[in-house]
Design a protein. Structure first.
Length: 159
C-alpha cells in the first residue's frame, strides 16, 4: 500500500506542476491534492482484502482513521471522495486526486476527464475543447511511464 500511495502522490505532484504551468491563474489547494493522493487508500490497512479485490469498505473507514490520527477532515475526506467524485459535489481537488489514482497506472476515464475539463474550462474561462486538448496532452505525458510505475509497485508484497 505504501508503494501505491507513493506512486499516486508522485503522479499528483506531476499533475499539479503541469496544471500550474498551463493554467497559472487557477486557484486550488495543491497541498490538499498532495495529502489526498498520499492518504486516499489508508482504509485498506483495515480492509486488507481490498488491496487485491474490489471493495468500498476502505472508503468509509479511511477518513475516520485519518481524523482519529489528527488529520483535518478537509484532508481526510479524500479517502472517501477519491472514488466518489461522481456524486456531483466534487471539488477540483477531488477530481485531481481521482485523476492521479487513475492515470498513474495508465488508466483513462472519459467521465472523469470530462468532469475535470468542464471544471477547468469554467474556472479558467476557456473553451472546453481547448482545455481538453491541454489536459489530454498532460495525461498522455504521465501515462506513458505507467508500465515502469506498475513494475516498481509490483516488486513489493501485498501481504
Amino acid at each position: 500500500m505504501i508503494a501505491h500511495l507513493t506512486l499516486v502522490h508522485d503522479t499528483a505532484l506531476r499533475i499539479t506542476e503541469q496544471i500550474d504551468k498551463i493554467w497559472p491563474s487557477l486557484k486550488y489547494d495543491v497541498k490538499a491534492v498532495l495529502i489526498g493522493a498520499a492518504s486516499h487508500d489508508i482504509g485498506k490497512s483495515v480492509y486488507k482484502e481490498e488491496l487485491r479485490l474490489p471493495g468500498k469498505q476502505h472508503e468509509e473507514i479511511g477518513p475516520k482513521l485519518l481524523v482519529q490520527h489528527g488529520l483535518a477532515e478537509s484532508y481526510a475526506r479524500f479517502a472517501r471522495t477519491h472514488a466518489q467524485w461522481q456524486s456531483g459535489a466534487a471539488t477540483i481537488e477531488d477530481l485531481l486526486v481521482a485523476l492521479a489514482d487513475k492515470i498513474w497506472k495508465g488508466q483513462r476515464s472519459a467521465n472523469l476527464e470530462a468532469a475535470l475539463t468542464n471544471f477547468l474550462a469554467k474556472k479558467c474561462n476557456q473553451e472546453e475543447w481547448n482545455v481538453y486538448l491541454k489536459l489530454d496532452d498532460l495525461i498522455n505525458e504521465i501515462t506513458k511511464d505507467a508500465d515502469a510505475r506498475l513494475n516498481w509497485q509490483n516488486q513489493f508484497s501485498i501481504a
